[in-house]
Design a protein around this ligand. Structure first.
Ligand code: FA5
Length: 335
């Protein structure tokens, strides 16, 4: 830049440039940047003063100084803009989070509808004095069938055919068909009184339809003590239905057969004008008590097993049980 002098402010273009660049360098806040802009570039600023003073110069000198002053104005404007942008970007992103973006609701997971129903059912029984326990899904034939009074040649085995575990050393390991094996396991290792509730997965080798899955949950219940009667079974299950479906719910018991109870029943509730079965139940068969080493002349008990998905279907008007396990978020996020 040519050496130019003789302006109204007494400042040469070079002097003004040095002063402006140094002041801009040391401006480290938005307020200081603005003060710099007013001081150097404002209407009454030093550069404007310099330009106004051009009129007092000789024509030749005016041309040279004027051109240099206009170049300086361009330079200072771009330097200023650069500093303003630097200042903005140093305040905006912190790490990978851009704090200048508008807030968004964080997405969070939820409990599976089966889990929600299981928790509601177990809580109802917990409040009636039942303790929640769990058992193995890969089970021995002994507990799934034999101890429950279902010998190898019993037709009930066909009804509960399942997936057997292929193993060189064992031919008696299977995916349990129901949660009832936990009746035998609990009695084998505990003395009465017993009051347990057992949620868990079951597996059956069967074709699926709107109300049948090949894997599903059950919730088993077992109470054993001296003097337990069928009235205790009915009273407990009435109370359960009242808690889950409301006080005006109508309940029906009908005779049913399960080899491990005597007498056996199924329990239905009235739902939109129809009776719908939600569980099997009955008084624990004396043989099952004896298989576990209990004196069946002293102790009696009741047991029941229900399907939480079926209950959730009723409560939530779900028309197909297969939705529960198809992992479709459009279904799952409705709960
Ligand atoms: C049993 O599994 C007996 N263990 C229940 C029992 C326990 C009876 C204790 C007496 C004493 P059942 O096969 O009916 O019975 O099944 C019980 C419940 O599991 C049914 O009422 C239903 O709610 C559910 N369930 C059965 N099969 C399926 C299936 N394929 N898909 C979905 N839920 C099922």
């Amino acid at each position: 830049m040519p050496k130019t002098e003789g302006t109204q402010t007494g400042e040469t273009v070079e002097e003004l440039k040095l002063a402006a660049v140094a002041a801009l360098d040391s401006a480290d806040s938005n307020d200081q940047l603005e003060a710099w802009r007013v001081d150097f570039m404002g209407r009454k600023g030093r550069l404007t003063g310099l330009l106004r003073g051009l009129g007092s110069l000789e024509i030749d000198e005016r041309k040279v100084v004027g051109a240099a002053a206009n170049r300086l104005r361009g330079e200072l404007e771009s330097l200023f803009e650069e500093r303003v942008n630097q200042s903005k970007s140093s305040q905006a992103p912190v790490g990978s989070i851009d704090i200048t973006l508008p807030g968004r609701k964080p997405s969070h997971g939820g409990l599976h509808p089966s889990t929600q129903m299981i928790r509601e059912i177990t809580q109802a029984f917990n409040e009636m004095g039942f303790q929640t326990i769990e058992g193995p899904e890969v089970e021995l034939e002994k507990y799934n069938f034999d101890m429950l009074n279902i010998p190898a040649d019993h037709p009930a085995r066909d009804q509960w055919d399942t997936i057997w575990v292929d193993d060189d050393t064992h031919n008696d390991v299977l995916l349990r068909t129901h949660t009832s094996p936990m009746q035998a396991r609990t009695m084998e290792t505990n003395d009465p009184p017993i009051r347990v509730i057992v949620p868990g997965k079951c597996y059956r080798y069967e074709s699926t339809d709107a109300t049948h899955e090949w894997h599903f949950n059950q919730v088993e219940g077992l109470a054993v003590d001296e003097g337990i009667t069928f009235a205790d079974l009915k009273g407990t299950l009435y109370e359960f239905a009242r808690r889950i479906f409301g006080p005006s719910m109508k309940v029906r018991f009908r005779c049913d057969f399960f080899p491990f109870v005597e007498p056996g029943v199924d329990m239905s509730i009235e739902w939109q004008g129809n009776w719908l079965e939600i569980m099997g139940a009955g008084m624990v068969h004396p043989k099952v008590l004896e298989n576990a080493g209990y004196d069946s002349t002293k102790y009696t008990g009741f047991a029941f097993g229900m399907g939480p998905e079926r209950i959730s279907m009723l409560r939530n008007e779900i028309t197909d049980i297969r939705h529960f396990f198809s992992n479709d978020l459009r279904f799952l996020t409705q709960f």
